[in-house]
Write a protein that binds this ligand. Structure first.
Ligand SMILES: *Cc1c(COP(=O)(O)O)cnc(C)c1O
Length: 414
């Protein structure tokens, strides 16, 4: 890998020339005079997403309530249609994926369904490096079962504050664990956990396991069915580019379709009979059974075009380019920024199979560097205490931009 790259703008230009996804930046709205490397926080608007959003607005404008059923692509089936489109990104059957709710709500919905403390098996296993909202949700789920989170929510520790070791997680899979929720990729370091291995190890011990893939869907291929994952959730405003607060997704493995949703609502009803308005709830026998409310049609309208664009690019091609971009960035940091006076270190795994879509640059003056980079219109983010987080998007960034960002950082010191 190392030999593939060299320092200098010429290589960046060559990589862009040879890039099979070179057309894709023109399919996005990129803020003017900006290098936007923050797609793991909020992805940019794809022109296709704008188109589907405007189509839905036009439908509302022109036909009103008829939009639910009496148009070419009725809103009534929109959540299912988006689930179908997203299924191939996560290795699922169309019936196992639904666009619904928001991430934290979906965690509540699925954990309340699958967390069934009985006998000795009363605990949830999670980790200290997950995105805090997941932990807040798990704490309240434990309380809702009348239990104490201090005893029943076990958080796997990290040795260095950056990474989690799969073996440490497996050691924590004791006979008291009822269910596990883990992030696919850690939001600070970008470490990608071995979802297949951990799923298998959980199942060997009779433990259910779910994944929060907010930091990986759209940039890393997933194979939920093949791995036997029980359930998963993910947001759609990061690597899926569906817009701020857009509808999220949930996945339920078909082996659980007969399970009763803990938080039911009328949109989880058997589709063909929903409007019979019975007081007895009859749950749809697919992931749609976990819907609660009317789907946010405006909140998922851009998602349709955004998913189409990702499918057009191909998730394997996206992963390949994303890894090449992050490898290139790591190479440049090693070559140009690791020694005095720069002293950056890379807080992201160097092994490709353990890396998500971003690079965490660690520096003791990270906050100051973050502020200076913002002044130079390099959009990225800071994660306390010492991380400058940079996410080159395979869809709308170039290798030349990576070269430029590293040069800008170097110039701050020179
Ligand atoms: C982004 C992200 C969320 C966001 O939660 P919302 O409910 O959409 O605000 C949750 N969990 C993880 C792991 C995330 O990366």
């Amino acid at each position: 890998m190392e030999n593939e790259f060299e320092v200098g703008e010429a290589l960046a230009k060559k990589l862009d020339n040879d890039d099979p996804l070179a057309d894709f930046p023109s399919k996005f709205y990129i803020p003017e005079n900006t290098i936007y490397m923050n797609g793991n926080s909020l992805g940019l608007l794809p022109k296709k997403g704008e188109k589907t959003l405007l189509r839905v607005l036009e439908e509302w404008k022109t036909v009103g309530v008829k939009g639910w059923v009496n148009i070419e692509q009725p809103w009534f089936f929109f959540a299912e249609k988006l689930g179908e489109k997203a299924a191939s990104l996560v290795g699922a059957k169309p019936s196992e994926v639904i666009a619904t709710g928001t991430t934290t709500i979906n965690i509540h919905s699925l954990i309340s369904t699958f967390y069934e403390p009985v006998g000795k098996k009363t605990k949830i296993l999670a980790d200290v490096l997950n995105f805090p909202t997941d932990i807040y949700a798990l704490q309240s789920q434990v309380k809702l079962k009348g239990l104490d989170p201090k005893e029943n929510l076990i958080l796997v520790e990290s040795e260095n504050g950056r990474f989690l070791e799969e073996e440490t997680i497996i050691d924590a899979m004791t006979e008291e664990i009822a269910i596990i929720l883990l992030p696919s990729a850690l939001f600070r370091s970008g470490q990608l956990l071995d979802m297949k291995y951990l799923t298998e190890e959980a199942h060997k011990r009779g433990i259910l396991i779910g994944w929060d893939c907010s930091h990986s869907v759209g940039v890393v291929p997933h194979y939920f069915d093949e791995w036997g994952v029980d359930f998963a959730i993910w947001c759609s405003y990061k690597y899926l580019n569906a817009g701020p607060g857009a509808s999220a997704f949930l996945y339920v493995n078909e082996k659980h379709f007969n399970k009763e949703a803990a938080l039911s609502g009328w949109f989880g009803y058997v589709k063909e009979k929903q409007f019979e308005m019975n007081l007895h709830f009859e749950q749809a026998k697919n992931a749609g059974g976990w819907q609660i409310s009317s789907p946010s049609i405006l909140g998922s309208a851009a998602l349709e075009g955004a998913l189409d664009l990702i499918l057009e690019a191909g998730i394997d091609e996206i992963r390949e380019k994303s890894l090449k971009m992050t490898s290139y960035m790591i190479f440049l940091v090693d070559e140009l920024l690791s020694k005095e006076p720069y002293i950056f270190s890379v807080g992201t795994p160097r092994e490709e199979e353990r890396r998500g879509g971003h690079v965490a640059l660690e520096h003791k003056e990270a906050y100051k560097i973050h502020e200076e980079l913002l002044k130079k219109n390099v959009v990225h983010d800071f994660r306390p205490p010492n991380i400058v987080r940079i996410t080159p998007s395979a869809l709308y960034n170039t290798y030349a931009e990576i070269w430029e960002v590293i040069s800008i950082i170097k110039n701050l010191f020179d």
